[in-house]
Write a protein that binds this ligand. Sequence first.
Ligand code: NI
Length: 189
Amino acid sequence: MAIREILEVPDSRLKTVSKPVEAFDDELKTLVADMFETMYDAPGIGLAAIQVGVPLRVLVIDLQPEDEDAEPELCHSHGGHEHYHQPTRKEPLVFINPEILDPSEEHSVYQEGCLSVPEIYAEVERPARIRARWQDIDGNTHEEDMDGLLATCLQHEMDHLEGILFIDHLSRLKRNMALKKLEKLRKAA
Ligand code: NI
């Protein structure tokens, strides 16, 4: 596995419309493993392949990044030998060729951020509930109803597949303010 470089605005590659995955092969498995490593390292809760420069319809999400400061837990399983485990709350989700079905008319608002737009956060309104269909790493199809942060995160990541960033949902004034702020932060760094 390897940590890959995350593209940031105004990199024009982020505007690419990503292509469907057709080959569920070792190359895809390596890409997904690298995307998780890159996302956890950043850290972030979602990453689209185009954010590491690969124009394929592949997303990774984990709303529960590992808490490295958590206390080790005593474990009584494994044949009765007591030992300690670092608790892991990782919940890695992979979405390949995702589609949204039946978005709700009701909307919800979340404060969003993006690894490609560092340090910028803004409220974005999206359908509160969706039905999603996607393929897993082996090419099997899944369908599930989602709401809350997962629904929002999946919609944010799916926007990346169309070359859309969360700041594109803001008014031009707010978007320009956000980009100016980012430029200022970069100069200061
Ligand atoms: Ni993003």
